[in-house]
Design a protein around this ligand. Structure first.
Ligand SMILES: [Zn+2]
Length: 423
């Protein structure tokens, strides 16, 4: 059996090894402690664990990295979720007067799931993904990342592969973590463009003037549209998919196009004909017709699960958690490598555990010289451990991300200490 052939039945055997020798606890704590700028920020954070047989344990919280480590190594959760920072320690929520236990802060998060695109992809459906439809996730990341940085001014965005069929975004800026439910809803609504469920045929309707968000998004969609829609999904080449596209144009145009397409089979030329019709109709009617843009957006614009973004107390699967079905680790995605990111190349827990046991030529166990530093030694050993596996490059990228976030909390700490000096 290949190491990449993950068998869900092996998960209980692999998790103890993963949490003991591979899970990047130091980085994880460094992230969620945010430099200790705010008191009890880590201690008041909710974690929830999914254990064997779908037993779900909410309101876990930890006083320090060591406690988190110990508990995770004891429970060996199948899945870890991260929740909000509360007013009190989540594990003591029952002892707090009712009503005073409240979710105060959390990263602004986004959840994009491939199943929400089932009406515009014909290569796969439901939980399945393939390189053809993965382009949708690339487009979603490009558009949301641009918008969150340029329109909202956020800087610290952590993109994470969910381990199966989607991606998550954690906006870690202090201002994002402090957003109210109302503000989060407003951001999520601003970003939502594709409206309506399965019964809705036309899910994007544009009006003049076209919003800058849409113009910018269209520029990004154009980079992928031919590859994704015309070639990958063959939306203009097959009868069933073509009918779906034609349902999105005005009736008179549809008739003309059906005529034109009898002699023209090439998808690029067919697409050009649709565009020409939109321009011509706009010119003759002296009224804008944006159906070609609407088609592009309906097929490619990111589809968010807005409820995940709206709630401060909504839980989201943690980075470096394992996906129990696929065995793949939820790894951070380096956007500099986004075009090359291949979800099928993301390491599974079985692969990295096997890599750990592969003897490396010339490698000898370093002797722990100083007995007093055994804890340090254990930490060092763990660092050496993950570096021997395919997990290394993802932890390295996470480190770089944390270095950049830490520059902002160092600024905060400096401000604080200056204030203390003044008084
Ligand atoms: Zn697919």
């Amino acid at each position: 059996m290949l190491a990449s052939d993950y068998d869900p039945a092996s998960l209980p055997d692999l998790l103890p090894l993963y949490y003991k020798r591979l899970f990047p606890f130091a980085q994880y704590y460094r992230w969620l402690n945010y430099g200790g700028v705010q008191k009890n920020y880590f201690q008041n954070r909710e974690f929830s664990f999914t254990l064997k047989d779908d037993i779900y344990v909410r309101y876990q919280s930890f006083s320090a990295q060591s406690e988190l480590e110990k508990e995770i190594q004891k429970m060996n959760p199948y899945k870890i979720d991260i929740g909000a920072v509360y007013s009190h320690r989540p594990n003591q929520h029952n002892t707090v007067k009712s009503g005073s236990f409240q979710a105060l802060e959390k990263e602004l998060v986004f959840d994009i799931d491939m199943t929400d695109y089932d009406d515009v992809r014909s290569c796969c459906s439901a939980a399945d993904i393939c390189p053809k439809c993965w382009i949708l996730m690339t487009i979603a990341i490009r558009i949301l990342d641009r918008t969150l940085r340029e329109d909202f001014g956020f800087q610290h965005l952590l993109w994470v592969y969910s381990g199966r069929r989607g991606v998550h975004c954690w906006v870690c800026d202090e201002s994002a973590r402090k957003l109210s439910v109302t503000a989060r809803s407003a951001v999520a609504e601003y970003l939502s463009l594709v409206k309506g469920g399965t019964e809705t045929v036309k899910k994007v309707i544009l009006s003049d003037p076209i919003h800058p968000l849409i113009k910018e998004s269209l520029t990004l969609v154009e980079r992928y549209f031919t590859r994704y829609a015309l070639h990958g999904q063959e939306i203009l080449s097959r009868k069933d998919t073509l009918d779906k596209v034609l349902a999105l144009v005005p009736e008179d145009v549809r008739k003309d196009l059906q005529q034109d397409f009898q002699n023209e089979k090439k998808p690029e030329t067919r697409w050009k004909l649709i565009r020409d019709h939109a321009f011509r109709k706009t010119a003759t009617n002296k009224k804008s017709h944006h159906f070609e843009k609407e088609i592009m957006l309906q097929y490619c614009y990111p589809r968010l699960d807005v409820n995940v973004s709206k709630g401060v107390n909504h839980l989201l699967k943690s980075p470096f958690s394992v996906h129990p079905k696929t065995g793949r680790i939820s790894v951070p995605i380096d956007l500099k490598e986004l075009e090359k990111f291949d979800p099928f190349a993301v390491p599974t827990i079985s692969l990295i555990c096997e890599e750990l046991d592969r003897p490396k030529p010339g490698e000898e166990d370093e002797k722990v010289e100083d007995k007093e530093n055994e804890k340090d030694a254990a930490e060092k050993r763990r660092i050496r451990d993950y570096k021997r596996t395919s997990l290394a490059k993802y932890v390295k990228y996470f480190d770089q991300f944390l270095d950049s976030v830490s520059r902002s909390w160092k600024g905060e700490l400096l401000k604080k200490s200056d204030l203390q000096k003044e008084f």
